[in-house]
Ligand binder design. Structure first.
Ligand code: PBG
Length: 328
């Protein structure tokens, strides 16, 4: 007679028994090359300015930017994404298209500093540069004018390409923005400059600390152009649209509350899919860790791993350089 089994025959715990086994069967790995660091550069600043809602993150001076680039390159991360904080803002965001505007100046500095070590990328959106804080220009009734904004994006794209940006991140959520900027670049000898379309960017509360970081004067919200957090299918549609307009990479943003949208995009997109772990996601983990409520390093690693597991090929995160240091 065969003896009755003394317990389960299927035992998933076998492969969890030792660190070496766990490492060998890990399905997802973090690597410095898959991380991108967002960097703020403030015009006219004499010293780096701390951002109170993002402990550990600063508005760089053009001088301290160089060190940030060097540190990022030494850590082996894949790239940096530059945001400009201009001294003067106006209705059309003139600073964005000025070759001597802070973002374009910072781009030239970062490109010179980075060499071949990482990819220097730029945020292509007007909100940092407009006095009303919207991502586009306004019409006579104060609404964001989609097609007039596309004209500004075309010029902004040209200014960024001329400054040497190696990947333009279109984050404004205007309809047709990828096609418009692609057309402008192709017509001006910049056909080889790639575009990152912030395809599925949601109107999120998690951008809160970023508003301090770029000293945004926005009143109201961006719900007429960014996606409704309720909508998953609409995220997939925006991904498809950006791909069809010629996006070389597409983005889902924020990350942690939109992992379903990210998984959909990863399954359907023919181009790389990135995710942006935004300022509020950073602030939440930093704040809880500062209280001693969660283990900071484990929470950071787990959060970025989860975003990768859901399907992101690369992750924009304010911890990029520090996290890469732990991974070495
Ligand atoms: C728009 C832009 C925003 C962020 C990146 N690009 C703000 C917004 O859309 O309101 C937010 C990033 C973050 O919160 O970390 N240029």
């Amino acid at each position: 007679m065969i003896p009755a089994p003394s317990g389960p025959t299927v035992r998933p715990r076998r492969l969890r028994a030792t660190p070496a086994l766990r490492r060998l069967v890990a399905e997802t790995r973090l690597h410095p090359a898959d991380l991108v660091l967002p960097v703020f550069v403030r015009e006219g600043a004499a010293e780096p300015v701390p951002i109170s809602s993002m402990p550990g993150v600063v508005q760089h001076t053009t001088e301290s930017l160089k060190q940030a680039v060097t540190d990022a390159a030494a850590a082996g991360i894949g790239g940096i994404m530059l945001f400009g904080v201009p001294e003067h803002k106006d209705a059309v965001g003139s600073g964005a298209t000025d070759p001597d505007g802070i973002l374009n100046v910072a781009t030239r500095i970062a490109v010179a500093e980075a060499g071949d070590a990482l990819v220097v990328q730029t945020d292509l959106c007007l909100d940092e540069f407009t006095d009303h804080g919207h991502c586009g220009v306004l019409d006579g009734r104060g609404a964001v004018d989609n097609d007039a904004t596309l004209e500004r994006y075309r010029d902004m794209g040209l200014a960024q390409a001329e400054a040497g940006s190696q990947l333009l991140g279109l984050s404004g959520m205007m309809d047709g923005q990828v096609a418009a900027v692609r057309d402008a670049l192709d017509g001006a000898g910049h056909a080889s400059v790639p575009l990152l379309g912030y395809a599925a960017k949601y109107a999120s509360a998690f951008y809160g600390p970023f508003r301090e970081a770029v000293q945004s004067s926005l009143e109201g919200d961006r719900r007429t152009y960014q996606l409704d957090p309720a909508n998953r299918r609409e995220g997939a549609r925006e991904i498809d649209l950006d791909v069809s307009e010629g996006a070389d990479i597409v983005m889902v943003k924020p990350a942690m509350s939109y992992l379903d949208v990210l998984a959909d995009a990863a399954a359907s997109s023919p181009v790389p899919v990135w995710a942006y772990q935004v300022s509020g996601e950073y602030a939440m983990i930093e704040a809880a860790a500062a209280q001693g409520w969660i283990d900071r390093r484990r929470a950071i690693e787990e959060s970025v791993l989860g975003i990768r597991r859901a399907g992101a090929d690369a992750v924009l995160t304010y911890w990029a350089t520090e996290l890469a240091g732990w991974l070495r």
